[in-house]
Design a protein around this ligand. Structure first.
Ligand code: PMP
Length: 389
């Protein structure tokens, strides 16, 4: 297979496919490596060096509630949100985590009732929901919280936590809370994908608790950096207690790397005129997502086996234009007569995550749109060759 990317330095990049017909193409996970070609272009600028004697302390900033966070990490987080305008950062505490996964765990602890005689609080999310929420909660078998299932079906008049993922994983929809209860619930906004390469930035979100991750913003999942904006100091303090007990903070090496990566993105936007828009991270990665989605839609149409969700067009305040959505995952639904999307694609040697894992029907299955160029190209080839039996 020839893999072409108009964004690679020499125009068209040719590489031999590493896939033999018998090997699986794995698009089951959401490993965010698609933006690698951007970071290759700015490789020198985005490198960091750390000397043996540096960053030896557990502490990063004794004056901050989040005492292990380095000042340059905090500044980078505030700076990128200032550039993109996707969240209100004023009057919020920042809690840094080992990915937003650890902060989700910290929030389960911090938002649960502290009286041990209380019943575990129900945690719900509207189906289809990100499968890890349920996996984490079931695995913990906590006395503080339990999985309460689909938020749309929750009808108990008891305290609850609702996770609102927007844009949503797996289906890319923009979401608001859905629980209908006489009791006021606590909300966790997981905004992992609320970045301009995936979705129009329609407004600055201002909520009690919002979660972000470097993984889906810049593509550096391996650095394990996530952050939460928290309005209530008591919630932030409890999260800090959890962070202390589970990992005594977050690696300084990761913070230095993450701060540098974010700085490179922000410097680009501040020096916009000298670098040109193709060199800007969100412009480049949005183009990449558009290109992948066009290719993918072509393959799906050819196969006539699946349909895709329809997304509204909205005004993006960041790009200053109307824009479609280009989600990090494709959420495929089988046409009439095919009952199981995941096993259908297994036969085509494409590994995906089936709808039931997300609290939905097996007719649906989720495919990553943010894997390597090779994986993506091979997935499209195999999909377009799929013919209804
Ligand atoms: N939330 C959502 C909705 C995600 O899709 C992911 C990554 N798959 C995460 C949280 C976790 O991200 P990380 O732990 O890498 O920050």
């Amino acid at each position: 297979t020839n893999v072409s990317s108009p964004f690679s330095p020499n125009g068209t990049k040719k590489s031999l496919s590493t896939f033999s017909p018998n090997s699986f193409v794995n698009v089951e996970k959401g490993d965010p490596v698609a933006f690698r070609s951007y970071w290759e272009k700015v490789s020198d600028k985005s490198s960091v060096e750390i000397k043996g004697e540096e960053f030896m302390s557990y502490f990063g900033d004794g004056n901050n509630l989040c005492w292990y966070m380095l000042p340059q990490m905090r500044e980078a987080i505030l700076r990128i949100h200032n550039v993109v305008g996707n969240v209100v950062t004023k009057d919020k505490f920042i809690v840094l985590g080992n990915g937003s996964t650890q902060l989700f765990n910290a929030l389960l602890y911090a938002l649960s009732p502290s009286d041990p005689s209380d019943q575990p609080i129900n945690v719900v999310a509207a189906a289809p929901y990100y499968s890890e929420y349920q996996d984490v909660i079931d695995h913990m078998q906590s006395r503080l919280f339990q999985w309460g299932g689909d938020a749309a079906l929750y009808d108990e008049n008891k305290p609850y936590i609702e996770v609102v993922t927007s844009p949503n994983n797996p289906d890319g929809t923009l979401r608001t809370p859905v629980v209908n209860s006489e009791v006021e619930g606590k909300l966790i906004y997981d905004l992992a994908y609320y970045w301009p390469q995936y979705t129009p930035i329609t407004h600055q979100i201002n909520q009690d608790v919002t979660l972000f991750t470097l993984s889906k913003c810049t593509g550096h999942g391996g650095s394990r950096i996530g952050w939460a904006f928290v309005k209530d100091i008591e919630v932030a303090k409890k999260m800090m207690r959890f962070m202390h007990l589970s990992s005594i903070g977050v690696s300084k090496e990761s913070q230095i790397r993450a701060a540098k990566i974010i700085e490179v993105i922000c410097d680009g936007y501040e020096n916009f005129k000298s670098v040109g828009s193709d060199h800007l991270f969100f412009n480049y990665t949005k183009k990449l997502m558009i290109e992948r989605w066009e290719k993918f839609k072509g393959a799906i149409e050819k196969s006539k086996v699946f349909t895709l969700p329809k997304y509204p067009t909205s005004y993006c305040h960041f790009n200053k234009e109307f824009s479609d959505q280009y989600p990090a995952f494709a959420w495929l639904k089988c046409v009439e007569g095919i009952e199981n999307g995941e096993s259908y694609l297994e036969k085509l040697k494409i590994r995906t995550r089936g709808g039931e894992r997300f609290g939905d029907d097996a007719k649906y299955t989720r495919l990553s749109m943010i894997g390597t160029d090779d994986e993506f190209a091979e997935m499209c080839t195999r999909l377009s060759n799929a013919k209804r039996e």
